[in-house]
Design a protein around this ligand. Sequence first.
Ligand code: HEM
Length: 478
Amino acid sequence: MNPQASLRVGNQLRSTLLLQDINMIEALSHLTHERIPERVVHAKGAGAYGEFEVTHDITSFTSAAFLNTVGKKTRLFTRFSTVAGEKGSADSVRDGRGFAFKFYTEEGNLDWLFFNLPAFFIRDPVKLPDLVHAQKRNPQTNLKDASSPFHSFFNSNTEGFNSLMTLFSDAATPVSYRYTNIFGINTYKFTKEASQDGSFHYVKIHLKTNQGVANLTLAEAIKLSGEDPDSATRDLFDSIANGTFPSWTVYAQIIDPEAAQNYTTNIFDATKTISETDFPLIPFGKITLNENPVNFFAEVEQSAFSPTNIVPGWSVSPDPILQARLFAYGDTQRYRLGVNFNQLPVNRANYYYNPSRRDGANNIMNYGAIPNYIPSSFGPKIVPAPQYLQLASHEEWAGTVTEFQSVVTAADFVQPRAAWQALGLVPGQQENFVGNVAASLSGAVSQVRQQTYAIFSQIDGGLGGLIQSATEALVSAM
Ligand code: HEM
């Protein structure tokens, strides 16, 4: 049948058509079901394939097979994103940038989900929904008037000011994804097998761009979001297509468990960074992106990253933000993509076998006649994956259940103060910071603005006044 024709009574232009036109009904029906939910955060993104290469020996800290030989290469997929905007939002807006990596290792998938900001906004994960909502559209008007909600959220949760110091610097408007450094933020663990010495070290991962850091000013970012809202998506695709492969050098910041115990900074507080003087960055790898996806929906939109995807030699830490993340990603992906999202080609590990988890919507591989329960005398013997055994053996916790919310102390302003001073080392950066805050804060109501000035004054005596002058000048000009 001609796919563009419909079944009509009497074959005339003015005649009605028949519901029995199966081709037309299925064509329309497929269209009306084509959308899947966009990610609740990080909705706008771009993806690419590439490789990780081990450049330095790191085997004294980890037994991960993909890290066991200098020169060894592992294929990976990555998705880069903005955080707060919707799927159609502009790439050059002031925001964090998310960097998700999926390493297809010989021992299973390892996922890294990182940011281009060195510290996170909160340290009590129950606040995450409010942090997200404070940046989304007004529930009544559906307008993007988040200035008051955004600043009032942070005025009540001042532990976030350390990351605001980066968010309002020009680092939060990178030229594109290629020109920014990347931070793991959360603390993880490098572990060694029991057959070696069974030891573990805490580790924070840092990636430094080999393209050099390049940022936009506020004016440039606003102009670009009007002229080419997909600028970073385009830049990533074009640079790979024309053979200018973006790359990053990968570093480990290793922290001995005993040193962590007595260290001034809590290494499980995601709002803090750890001194690179006390714990230097050790290079061990290089990530190069060298292949564009061929189908955006199947590979980029349906990709699903999670910190629960771990391999032997890599593990999670007690960091409360990380612990909460261990729940959130699989949970949202079961809703966003369906319970069998791990069977989709972009998400499937090189080796994937669990015949207890098989049915459900959109099942792709269902293990044939293999028994659907374990242990079974009729199917292959299943042994627990070593990475989960390591999880259990490395920490022991005991104590009384308490209701706990962290409080902000003067110590929380030490790193923001250092960040303000560091901006002063590069001509024009402190001025840009003040202007960037003012542009954002001038949209907030007076009460919120006054609170924000007072908090910046706690960070640095003169900073609150500088921001107040710049912001109130903009308010007067409105
Ligand atoms: C309590 C804290 C957090 C929660 C509950 C949370 C939750 C989420 C959720 C629900 C998504 C959408 C995932 C999807 O639809 O597939 C997401 C995406 C993402 N998150 Fe988080 N997040 C948290 C903190 C962080 C932190 C600290 C980082 C960085 C260090 C981070 C990095 C990312 C990245 C890179 C993505 C995008 C993944 C992709 O491209 O598919 N998140 N997060």
